[in-house]
Structures are given as C-alpha cells and as structure tokens.
Design a protein around this ligand. Structure first.
Ligand code: WTA
Length: 647
C-alpha cells in the first residue's frame, strides 16, 4: 500500500514554536546533554528552592533509581494558579460544558479558580489532610474535579482519581490499596442523560474500606442522598467560611503528586506513582510543544480526568501554560452525534484532542452530523490512546478538520506521564497512523526477541533506553513490582509493552500491545494492520483482530467485525471482507474467522478488551477472567452465543 504523506503546511512551518530544524537540534541536545537541556526547560516553572542536580537515573538493577531535579522544591498548584494571577487573573481558566446542551455552561477565571482551590484546600486541612496523605477522588467531569486535584497538590496530599464509571468494588480496592482516609464525590454524575449514583457507590465501597473517615459530597444533580453524621461533609457547606488564602506547601521535586491505577497484563491494577517536579516540567513542555500552544488559546482535551490524559492535558498541562481548558461532562453522541462539533463552535475551540474510538463511532453515523457545524475555529487536532487506523485518520483530517488542521497522533502511557512519541505540527510531515518521532529526551529502541537492538527500518519491541522527567517513579506500595514489570524483560531498558515499527524515514509506528502481535505462518503481523484494512471497507464500522491457534499456520486470524448501522451482515459480506483483506494487505492476512457482532467488548474508557476476544477466539471460554471493567457485559454473552464453529 502506498503511504500518503502530508507535508507541514507553510504557515505552520513559519509560525510554529518548533519547525523541523529546531526539532532536530533540540532533540540532539536533549539526548546528548540532558542536564543542560532540562535545566533550561525547568525554567518554565517557578521553583521555591532551585535544584542543583538534574538527572540522577539508572535502569540497571545494581543502582536502579529515577530522580529528576532531586534537591529542588516547588508547588504545582502555585505554578498552575498563583503565578498567573498578575497577568491573567480575569482570563477564563476552565470552560465547562454540562452533559445536556440545555444546562448552563460555566466559565471560571484564574482568580476564581485560585479562590475555590484555596478554600477547598483549607477544608481538606481542617479535616486533618496534610502532606503525603492520600485522597481518593471519585467525581464526574465537573470543574470541582480540577479544584480537588489542585487543592491536593497545594497542600501536598497525593490524589488518586478513580474514574466515575468504576464499580463500588473497583473503587474499594483502589481506596484500600493506598489507604485513603478521605474520599471526594458527588451525589450523582450525568452521562448521556443517564444519572450515575456516585454517592451510593461510595457508600457501597466503604463497606469494604472502613478506613475512610471523611467523604466530601458535591451536590451536582441535587439528588437526595443520605449523609452520615461525622463522616460526610456537604461540599458547599464545607468550603463556606474557609479562608480564600492557603499557603502552598513546599514540595520536594521527588515528593509524590498523584497515584493513578492502571491495568497491566497480570495481577490487580497497579498504582502508578508520579512525582512533582519532573511530571510538571513534562506536562508543561509536552503540552506547549505538541499542541504549539500559546497562552489563552481555547484547548479541548476530550478525555475524562479519571484517565492520565485528563490529568496531563485537561488540567495540569493547560493550566501550567496559562491556558483555557474545556471540560465536558457528557458523551460524543448525546443528544446527537453533532455534540462534539457543536461544543467546538460554542467555545470557539482552537485545538481538539480526542480518542480514535470516539472518532470511529462518529464516523459510523455519517458525515452530515459534522457538516452541519462550522468548526472554523479549529487549527489543530490530536489523537491519543490507541493506534488510529488510516481510515479514521483520513476522516478526522478531511471531514472534521477540512484538510486544514494537522493531526498530532500522540503515543504515550499512564506510565510515561505525557506525550512520548508524536508528530509536532510545525515540524513533522504527517503519515496517517504514525506516532512519528520521539519527544525530547526520549530514546526509543526496537529490540528483537533476543533483546538485540534493531537498526534502520525494522519492527520489534518498543523500549526506552533512558529516563525522561515525566516517567512514573514506582508502583504504589510495591517498588519491586515496578522494577519487575518494566525493567526485567529487557535488562537496562524501560519496556513499554508495545510493539513498534520504524520505517525508512525513521518514523515510528505503534503496532499495538505486544501480546496483540500475531504470527501467521512465520509472518509477524500487527493486528492493528488487519483491523485497519477491515475498517477501510465501506460497510465496516469497527474491527478487532486477535490470534487463534491454527494447526498449520501456528496462529490464525480471528476477526470481530461491527458493520455500519444500515448494513445487515451475511455470508456474502463475509466472503467480500476476506477478499478485501487479501487485496488490501496480502494473502497472509486472510482472516480465518470473521464473527459479526453488534458491538465489541470495551472498558468504560473505550478500550477494546482484547483479552476476552482472544479467549473466545481460542475457544477457551470457561474462564474469561475479570470482566468487571466492561462497559456492557451483555456484549460478551452475545459473542459467546454467536461464536461461529471453527474446525
Ligand atoms: C496505547 C494513554 C498507538 C499503547 C495515554 C499504550 C497508543 C497504551 C497511542 C497506553 C497512540 C496510546 N497510538 N497506541 N497514539 N496512545 N496507545 O496507559 O498501547 O491508558 O501502551 O495511556 O495505549 O494506555 P494508557
């Protein structure tokens, strides 16, 4: 398949913060002289005590450790708020759009946000919360979630956000793992017109997490909730009477900032720990360079604060950079599939950053939902969270961005803190689907199965050879697990868990998690590649491909396919798709099984649960493992009931 390349538009090359020559020069410096490079970049923050040491890191067992700016001190909340008050106190910091388009939006200035954060921080202090204490946040996408994060950072408490779609069991596990004594929640959340009983979930969770002493409850929908004396505090009542001033705590650069639980390939979710100095420098720098961000531009990252993308690009990155950040409570297709683009018009959003999963869902509904909005304010688009197939990329580029806006496809992980490989809009000619180039300070390597370094155009396991400031520092409460998970597969390297290809031009292409790579007749293939081919078919909305045992080929290809709304899947379509994939990629990619399904099993954050698809494909359906994070468990029952006979 010939690969389209979109050169950097002339106006971007001329006006962007970073053009190609500058990228090359800065990248060189960042790896040749990391201390010098990061000493400069760290100037973007106000430090209380300047650091003298910059990089003290080793990925080797004998002297393993990751410290950045280790003897400096600062406060992240003061960096996000206080230092902007003189210049942009009246600028809107947060633009909030409620679930329903009928509800009033909210505009919160830096001055107002500062005051709310201080009052809430004082409330936390009055409940005995101090430096190093853990606070679990279980809130919907409302400005108070950002207030809570910034208040924790202000007093040095470690926040642990649990996505408001998680069940009481999942919440309880996360509260207990980090021993939170305080939980912040709301009466209810709202998504797509449906109420989510957050307070009731907290009550249920606390039956299993008896250590919690304080629950602060935001009255969001006004639903009736039972408040327990001594334990529960009404948010508004609690902050009333608190002082609007709150001295920020002096935090060491390596003092913990937040814990965020994330699923690994084994065991229970890991509490990924990020610390204050390195994460802040990384969040600010990547937000500025990746999005070519200038203070005051309207920036919308459509992620939930329950995920790392929401931490870094809804809250910390934009606020560190004096930005105006959009927070949206709802979902892309409620009340109709125009919702995203209506919000873009309403707030005159300049930069939109979203997930391929949402784009594919909207693409399936047809172009007219996009076309009826203006989107003239948009200048840049971003993608994150999973490989974006070229068809979705092209749709995003042509239909949403009207071939006017570059797309930055940012590859990163909860563990990496912020964008780790990505194109830069003024520097990188775009190849649809490529994560392109490493961010400053990131040294990606591709290794073969024996751990040998692959040079030039190649495909292998993606590892990172050296530390960068935004890297996670440990797994909460289990430093050994941190080392084992990430630094022992390939000794001396950080193992990402992703497969990756580097092309002749040095572009990196993420092929998906390593365990998604399949080997058919000795040919290594990214399942993403086959999915992408399937999705490129006009009748296909979404596809997921996994390996299945095959007596002759080693592994065969099992494809789950969701067709577009108006298409009735039948045998003729099955044959058509097999033929299609053979012509798109080649006979080695011929699907052995195609199972049509009205939906794919996804987590509440929209990630396809491939583990389950693999089990079904392998006909190992006795034990599907943990299905508690599924958004809709009924999807799995349907898949099991309709699994085709495979000989
Ligand atoms: C995948 C989300 C391809 C990848 C920020 C990674 C991507 C995992 C991309 C981390 C991308 C994320 N292209 N794959 N642009 N972004 N991934 O921790 O497999 O929720 O390892 O962090 O998502 O997911 P996480």
């Amino acid at each position: 398949m010939s690969q389209p390349v979109y050169p950097v538009p002339a106006n971007w090359a001329a006006d962007a913060l970073i053009d190609e020559a500058k990228y090359q020069a800065l990248y060189r410096r960042s790896v040749d002289d990391p201390d010098g490079f990061w000493r400069e970049e760290a100037k973007r923050l106000d430090w209380i005590k300047p650091f003298t040491k910059v990089k003290e890191t080793s990925f080797h067992e004998a002297d393993f450790g990751i410290r950045w700016f280790g003897d400096g001190s600062l406060n992240l909340s003061a960096n996000c708020l206080d230092r902007h008050l003189g210049t942009r106190g009246d600028q809107v910091a947060i633009l909030w759009e409620p679930d329903s388009p009928d509800g009033p939006a909210r505009r919160i200035t830096y001055r107002e946000l500062h005051e709310q954060v201080c009052r809430f921080a004082n409330l936390l202090r009055s409940r005995g919360v101090g430096k190093g204490d853990r606070v679990t946040i279980y809130l919907p996408m409302v400005p108070e979630a950002a207030v809570a994060m910034l208040a924790c950072a202000r007093i040095g408490a470690i926040h642990s956000i649990v996505f408001a779609g998680f069940s009481p069991e999942a919440l309880a596990g996360r509260i207990q793992d980090c021993d939170s004594r305080v939980v912040l929640t709301a009466d209810e959340g709202l998504r797509g017109g449906k109420a989510i009983p957050l307070m009731a979930n907290v009550d249920a969770a606390l039956a299993h997490a008896p250590g919690v002493e304080t629950v602060i409850v935001l009255a969001h929908t006004g639903a009736n909730v039972v408040m327990r004396d001594g334990r529960d505090v009404d948010w508004a009542e609690g902050v009333e009477g608190q002082s609007p001033d709150c001295a920020p705590e002096e935090m060491g650069a390596e003092d913990p900032l937040f814990i965020l639980y994330t699923s690994g390939s084994t065991g229970k979710p890991k509490g990924v720990l990020h610390t204050t100095g390195g994460y802040s420098v990384w969040a600010s720098m990547t937000h500025e360079y990746v999005f070519d961000y200038r203070p005051g531009q309207i920036f919308w990252c459509a992620a939930d604060v329950g995920w790392v993308t929401g931490h870094t690009y809804v809250v910390y990155g934009p606020l560190l950079n004096g930005g105006t950040t959009v927070m949206f409570e709802g979902v892309p297709n409620y009340p109709d599939p125009s919702r995203f683009w209506q919000i873009v018009d309403k707030f005159q959003v300049e930069i939109f950053y979203g997930a391929p999963t949402a784009l594919r869902a909207l693409m399936r509904e047809g172009d007219e939902w996009v076309a009826r909005t203006s989107r003239k304010s948009l200048r840049l688009l971003g993608s994150v969270g999973e490989p974006i197939n070229p068809e979705a990329w092209e749709w995003y580029y042509r239909v949403v961005g009207e071939a006017r806006c570059p797309i930055v496809d940012t590859w990163w992980q909860t563990e990496t803190g912020g964008a780790t490989m990505t194109p830069l809009p003024g520097a990188t000619a775009l190849k649809p689907g490529a994560a392109s180039w490493p961010m400053f300070g990131v040294r990606p390597l591709l290794l073969d199965a024996e751990g040998q370094i692959l040079e030039g155009a190649a495909e292998g396991s993606l590892v990172i050879a050296d530390s960068w400031p935004g890297q996670m520092r440990t797994v909460w409460g289990d430093h050994e697990r941190f080392f084992q998970t990430y630094f022992t597969t390939y000794k001396g390297y950080y193992f990402t868990g992703d497969g990756c290809r580097r092309d002749e031009d040095g572009y990196y292409w993420i092929t998906g998690r390593i365990d998604d790579v399949i080997n058919v007749s000795g040919h290594r293939m990214g399942t993403a590649e086959i999915e992408s081919a399937l999705v490129a078919h006009s009748k296909v909305a979404e596809a997921a491909v996994v390996g299945m045992p095959h007596a002759i080929k080693g592994q065969g290809i099992y494809a789950y396919v969701t067709t577009n709304a108006e298409v009735e899947p039948d045998e003729a379509l099955r044959a058509e798709l097999v033929k299609w994939v053979r012509t798109e990629i080649g006979p080695i990619a011929t699907p052995d099984v195609i199972q049509f399904t009205p939906a794919l099993p996804k987590t509440r954050s929209g990630k396809i649960m491939r583990r389950i698809l693999r089990k079904i494909a392998e006909n190992d359906t006795g034990n599907l493992g943990d299905t508690s994070t599924l958004a809709d468990p009924g999807v799995v029952d349907h898949l099991l009931a309709n699994r085709p006979q495979v000989e």
